[in-house]
Structures are given as C-alpha cells and as structure tokens.
Write a protein that binds this ligand. Structure first.
Ligand code: SF4
Length: 52
C-alpha cells in the first residue's frame, strides 16, 4: 500500500489488513519498476501471468 505511487492498493479493514484493489475506480498504471512487487514480503504479487 505504501509502495504504490497512485494509491491503487488499499486496506479497508485495519483488523484483517487484507489488501484490496478497485480497478474500476482506480486502475493500476503498471509502473515499469513494479514497486508493489518489490515491497511484497510474501511474494503474493508476480509478473508471471503478465499479458499485453
Ligand atoms: S504496478 Fe503496483 S505500484 Fe504501480 S500502480 Fe500498479 S499496483 Fe501500484
């Protein structure tokens, strides 16, 4: 959430702290250096299935 420069990744419930994304409201701009992937401590984000 902190790594994303355009606030795409949000945490709505501070108890569960699950990240959420609403692409219809605030889409990912596909940063060239993917700071979200670099910052993710559990490797939950990946470029393996990147298309287009
Ligand atoms: S690539 Fe990651 S850091 Fe960049 S806008 Fe998309 S979600 Fe945010």
């Amino acid at each position: 959430m902190i790594a994303c420069p355009v606030d795409v990744i949000l945490v709505e419930d501070m108890q569960t702290r699950h990240p959420v994304i609403f692409p219809d409201q605030n889409p990912c701009i596909r940063c060239e250096d993917t700071p979200c992937i670099t910052a993710c401590p559990t490797d939950a984000l990946s470029l393996d299935n990147l298309q287009g």
